[in-house]
Ligand binder design. Sequence first.
Ligand SMILES: Cc1ncc(COP(=O)(O)O)c(C=O)c1O
Length: 434
Amino acid sequence: MARKKNSPKGKPLSPAQIRGAEARYLMNTYRRPAVVFTHGRGCRLYDSTGREYLDFLGGIAVNALGHAHPRLVRVIRREAGRAIHLSNLFQNPYQAPLARKLAEWSGLDRVFFTNSGTEAIDGALKLARAYAHAQATASGAAPKTRILALENSFHGRTFGALSITHPTKYREPFAPLVPGVEFVRFNDVADLEAKFDSTVCALVLETIQGEGGIFPISEAFWQRARALATQRDAALIADEIQCGLGRTGRHFAYQKFSSRPDILAVAKPLAGGLPLGAIIANEKFASAFVPGMHGTTFGGGPLICAVALEFLNVIEDSNLLENIRERGGELRQGIEQLAAKFDFIREVRGEGLIVGIDLSIDGAAIVTEALRGGLLINCTHEHILRLLPPFIIRHKDVTEFLNKLEKALQQATRLKTTQNAESKAQPIALAAAR
Ligand SMILES: Cc1ncc(COP(=O)(O)O)c(C=O)c1O
């Protein structure tokens, strides 16, 4: 089969050979299971042996239309034969229409396209600093430079985004980072008020913390953050890279509040799996960028913008926001029922199709059992199962998911009980093996 020819000489590599080559040639940044996925269709993935998996991770919130969506495939084929890349030195037919749609969806004004989420965050920070510098130049005052971010946040891996990412495990190996960052306790209005003084140029928050374990910003915190940012002439930056673009059943998660951010960062699902992010800002902040101040070689090329435009059109044409709300409701209800059976499920959080299942036990074994049973999920912070399924899932997919998850939970509990019994029987031998 031509699809399997993944070695330079055209002879298919076996999963074991791929594993060996990865261990030899890739930098050691990911711990991966042995499975090799070769293709997908809708919310199903297939491995190199042809085995089918239900994909409730969606490439970590990226494959929002599942795999091989016919409308995205058609646009990729069409545009690949026209112009993949043109350079941001020139106009292309799709950037402006895509920017217009993002402005309409968000209620903001202007867009800058990036290649990833982390670059959208770095660009958003630069925009906030550029605005502060311009204001300072106009008034003769010293520029505000401090940036506030939240505890338990995750914003990306480049230096700017890393500097506002809270857990020390991400930051410490790369110190020193960008100076001037201070962390506010999550949803703690008093701490926010104490730290948000007139030297702050931006407050960055995830409207729903994703990597942190699916924790939504409270209405009280959002409204106070909005008011303080306005009072201090600082930017309220919402990172909706994981929770935005429909995932909550609204275009953006912040739309459940009555106010908007000044700057919004999006990425992950924007081009249906191709790498594209965006900084979206109101006119006041967007106008701080003038030609030459910021740029990118790849961001916003014609093919990728055409695909992103199609992605947003599919969401509208297929009423996917409604589907997200309905399937999300079924999913929550089914998991709550499982929580009544498994006492180690402490809490279920989230909205629409971003869901966290908080456990009082380690989640890794459950993820492994789920994979063994043909289900893809993920675990964050060692004990929070994370579900980010495609927006196109149907009722029967939710039912299948709940059955598979229940089996994985049963199997993981069984393993744990056996391990506990064994460790009680042979405490010395196990301690030595560790
Ligand atoms: C909320 C949030 N911000 C930023 C990022 C970084 O995005 P990227 O991996 O595209 O750089 C992520 C990625 O997981 C994210 O979840």
